[in-house]
Each structure stands twice: as structure tokens, then as C-alpha cells.
Design a protein around this ligand. Sequence first.
Ligand code: FAD
Length: 438
Amino acid sequence: MALPARSSYVVVGAGIHGLSTGYHLAQELEARGLGSGADIIVLDKTGPGAGASGIACGVVRNNYFQPAMSELMQACVEVWESDPAAYAYNPVGYMALGPEAQEADLVEVHERHERIGYRSTMVTGEAQVDSYMKALFPDWRAKGVTACLHEHQGGFAFNMASVMGLVGKCEAEGVTILSGVEVTELEFAGDDSVKAVITNKAKIEVGEQLVIAPGPWAKQFWALLGLPDHIDVRTPSGEVVLDRPMWTYWNLQEGEITVDPSMFCLADGGAPPVIHLDTDAPLYADEGQLITDELWGIYYKRDRHGVQGGASPLVVGEEIELDPYPSTTNVDPGYPDMWCAALSHAMSRFEGCRPLYKIARSGGVGAFTVDNFPVFDYMRPNVYAVLDSNHGYKMIGVGREVAKVLLGDHSSLLYPFRYERFATGDLHPVSHSPYPWS
Ligand SMILES: Cc1cc2nc3c(=O)[nH]c(=O)nc-3n(C[C@H](O)[C@H](O)[C@H](O)COP(=O)(O)OP(=O)(O)OC[C@H]3O[C@@H](n4cnc5c(N)ncnc54)[C@H](O)[C@@H]3O)c2cc1C
């Protein structure tokens, strides 16, 4: 298809955020009598789902310690629930299980769920958690768990299927999605707004606004926008931490065991929630050797061909070659042993699962901001950035909010994620979780 010379709204990146923005913006333009999907193009250097959205584990949950994340996630779950078939969404729920050190955080999260009307159950006390879990999974045997937050909403979605669901919704609204079009440069006007994007194919003039939703390629666009790669960060106490890297890459470690998926089911045979287990109980392989006696954690879900999940990510650093994506680097060679031992620690049905670990490329790299939370903001007068710090497959509702902001509304859900917070010290609270996105 020939490239248009101009488009009112140019969206870069056909992942969950770019596509959700395209779809919801088309709806908003139509509803307000301001235009339609024909005013929007979505560009992707490869194609829909070629970035992190196409390989995400797909977990959708609201176990967030930060009030702003929790409220935004509630809006996102609403979008997932609006069309489970198109989004390939499995509303099986989500369970976060943790040791004493995480109990207070989980209780606080649960209290907020109650306030905002997000359905969840909180169980505390080692014996109580054990019997709650055994009622769901009779072979539950994890140790050192004193808190369980059971979200009755959330669950997971199938990554590429949900991306293609959004592609269908965009196309039905008349949005044009162009694959194989790489943005290489931005052409600025005197007021710092972007006049045009230069691509590997041709130049496209930006009539109204440019949205960048480049996922792990955030740092490249940060540079194209002329933004600093290191910044000073004011903390809530007023202390200023100097010269912090704006972007750091982490490697997400994930894997899968090939089993009959139905072996992972509830006591009544139903579909199991996604499980996230953190504990400080020593972790042993089935053969008896100690794997770790420090805090460890895993997450896992029933997948199409087995059981899939991951563990804590590893820091890669400030530089990485992302292409061809997904680049996987710095993977801990002990990861399959750890993840399989942890599955077996949690439930005896997984005992002896190590030989079933699938040897395949798994996981991938994400780009994290300086405080590990998203930046959703105008970074130039007509350039809105959707940079989710790798939180974001679950954040399908961000595009709905961005669409409103592009048309002049204020979004109280996106406001806490403005870039200015690093200068003002208006940062998000930090939990006791070992993960950079909790
Ligand atoms: C292994 C892994 C597991 C994850 N699991 C989960 C999970 O379970 N739940 C969850 O909520 N999140 C998860 N995440 C995070 C989540 O996948 C990302 O936060 C989210 O998908 C980012 O979406 P996006 O639309 O911003 O970017 P992407 O999906 O990465 O899309 C960006 C697109 O931009 C395109 N692009 C880049 N540069 C250019 C350019 N110059 N010109 C044109 N196009 C360009 C790319 O080709 C790509 O298709 C996971 C991430 C990884 C890596």
C-alpha cells in the first residue's frame, strides 16, 4: 500500500498501546463529530505484535501497591472485560502469595481494591493461607507463605491473539496500519512540535499529533526527541539523586513445561487463576540439592500447550542491541532448574517436571524508566509518549485514556505518570516486592 503524504494522527508502534490508541481515538473522533479512523495511521517497522506485546506472558492483574497504578489497572481490566472474545482474554483471576515481609503491602492493596470496587479476597496467616490454597489446589505445599491476595478479576490473555483482536477493531474503524515502515527521524517546527516523520519509505507529514508507543525501543525515540539520557531525580524526601539513567534494559526470564494443560486445574476441574508465589522458604530441586535460601519468586499460568511463566528479571544495563527482537541476553543458565523446582515446591503435581521444560527461546528485553513506572505524557507540543516501563500488556485501557487526552480532555488516571514527577519529587511509593513492576 502506498504511504500517505500526510495524516492527521500518526501513531508509531503497533503493539498493545499503539493499537489501543488508534482504535479508541477513532471512536472518540467519530463520537465527537471530529473525524474518524480514516484520520489515523499506525506505523510499525515490522508489524503488529512484533515487539513486547507479541511475546508477553499476558498476565492481567491489579496487585499494585501504588494507588495510581491500581486505579489505572481497574480501568484497563474494564477494557479487557468489555470484549473477552476479541481480546482472547481469560478472566480466571490472579493470586499473589507472599511471605511475612510482603503481608502489609498486600493487605494495603486489598483495602484499596475494596475502596475502588475491584473484587478480591485477602487471607493472612500461614495456616489460613495453606487451607485456602488446599481448598483450591489439594496438592498445594508451598512453605513460608503468610499472605494471599486472590483477585477475582484479572487473569491472562493470549498475546498475539489479543493484538490481532485490536488490529481487527482498528481496521473496522477505518484506521490504516502500515507494516514495514520504520521511523528513522523526526522533523521539527520552530516551536519544537513535530512537522513530519521521516521513514525508511517516505516522509509523512503530521497534521495534528504524533503518538509514540515504541515499547522496548523507547530510548531510541527519547533520543530522536532530543531528550536527555540521564536525569536528576527529586525523591519525595526532597533529596535530589543526580545523573540517573533514564532508561535501563532488563531481561525478562520466562519458560514453559510441556504438559497436558488440563493437569493444572482447580479441585473442581475449573480453569486455575494465574499464580504468583514469593517466599523465603529454602528452595530445593526434586533431587534434594539446595537451589536458593534467599527470597525467590515465580509466576505461572495454564497455557495452550502446557504451563508457562517466569521469575525475577535480570538487569542488562543501559545499552543493548534490540534488533532483531526479541533479543534475549544474560539469561541465568540456572533458570530452568529454579523455575521447575519452584513449581514443584508450590504443587506436588509438578514434581519431576524438570525434563518437561521446553528448550526454546523464551522471555525478552524490556526498557524501564528511572523509577520503573510508566511515562505517559506530552514530550513535545504535539508528541504524546506512551512509554510503559514494561508494565503494559495488561494496560490495554491506556490507549482509551490517551485518545481523550489527544482531544483535549484531562485524564486523572494518566496524570500521575507525567514526566515532570522526576523534577517535582511526586514519585510513586515503592513496595517490598523484589520485582521492578509491583
Ligand atoms: C517476556 C515479556 C513478558 C511480559 N509479560 C507481561 C505480562 O504478563 N503482563 C503485562 O502486563 N506485561 C508484560 N510484559 C510487558 C509488555 O509486554 C509491554 O509493556 C507491552 O507489550 C508494551 O507494549 P507497547 O505497545 O508499548 O510496545 P510493543 O508491543 O513493543 O510495540 C512497539 C512496536 O513499535 C515498533 N517500533 C519500534 N521502533 C519503531 C520505529 N522506529 N518505527 C516504527 N515502528 C517501530 C516495534 O516493531 C513494535 O511492534 C512482558 C514483556 C516481556 C518482554
